[in-house]
Design a protein around this ligand. Structure first.
Ligand SMILES: [Zn+2]
Length: 282
């Protein structure tokens, strides 16, 4: 796309939260299905065709259930970072239970890939003002960057007024790469991932990334492999899974758009792993 050329020198971070939909987004005691395997394969295939490397924030619980996921990602040259083990919200955990969950996830990644992760993303962006202990704990466990803070006044997550671009945590050496927002009328709005990527018009998403890049900053796009699995919510609901009609509609809506949206972004902007964008790759 000609209009994107001026911003093509800046590399953005492409990030994938690797988890199984129902267990991570409906109820955390639900079983991990094998759909995550098929969904990951579809996404890896797209990235391979486009020659793009990404960061996968891997959920321990899904990778323990399907031990071939991480080796496949690693052998395709992508970065593996941690999304914790059980997908519990950080602001509902104690520092002790957070440490236990984090260590479990790091050990599993090391066991399955032979490498320790240097990146972390909190489940559902659940790092808030009430969890200042998160940063120092992450650095103690070898984590160098986090991408866990949405600088918005969200209903379910976010820290209003937090910086919008990569910066160091005030209390430790951790680098935070906040989720990309667009600023309008004095407020930050989420724009480049998950439900926002599905629901917002494509030109708003690409316009936002271009605007961020023009300001000299990298953007971060995030998706989940299950967002390309169009029929998952309705099929699981028909099979008797505890999925309300409302949840089913909300979470199915425009899943059919995701693959095309992502492809268009990969064609219009330059992307790489978060570690590479932040200069942490050796
Ligand atoms: Zn997640």
């Amino acid at each position: 796309m000609t209009s994107a050329r001026s911003t093509q020198t800046l590399t953005n971070a492409l990030t994938i939260d690797l988890e199984d939909w129902a267990q991570a987004a409906v109820r955390d005691d639900l079983p991990i299905t094998s759909r995550v395997v098929k969904n990951l394969a579809r996404l890896l295939d797209l990235l391979d065709r486009k020659g793009v490397r990404a960061t996968f924030f891997a959920l321990g619980k899904a990778c323990r259930e399907h031990p071939d996921l991480l080796p496949a990602i690693a052998s395709a040259g992508h970065e593996i970072a941690t999304h914790g083990f059980g997908h519990e919200l950080v602001h509902r955990m104690t520092p002790e239970s957070f440490v236990a969950d984090l260590k479990r996830s790091i050990e599993l990644i090391e066991q399955q890939t032979g490498r320790r992760p240097v990146g972390y993303r909190a489940p559902a962006f659940s790092v808030t003002r009430s969890t200042p202990w998160v940063g120092p704990i992450l650095t103690e466990h070898g984590i160098r960057y986090s991408s866990s803070i949405f600088p918005i006044a969200g209903r379910r997550y976010g820290i209003a007024g937090a910086p919008r671009f990569p910066h160091r945590w005030p209390t430790c050496d951790l680098v935070e790469f906040p989720l990309t927002t667009i600023r309008r009328l004095g407020r930050n709005f989420p724009v480049a991932g998950g439900g926002y990527l599905r629901l917002l018009p494509g030109r708003i998403v690409s316009g936002a990334i271009r605007e961020v890049n023009r300001g000299g900053h990298p953007a971060v796009v995030y998706i989940h492999p299950y967002e390309m699995d169009v029929n998952e919510p309705s099929e699981l609901r028909r099979q008797g899974w505890p999925i309300t009609w409302r949840k089913c509609v909300q979470q199915s809506m425009f899943r059919g758009r995701v693959q095309g949206r992502l492809t268009a972004l990969l064609d219009s902007f330059r992307f790489s792993t978060m570690a590479s964008v932040l200069g942490f790759e050796d």
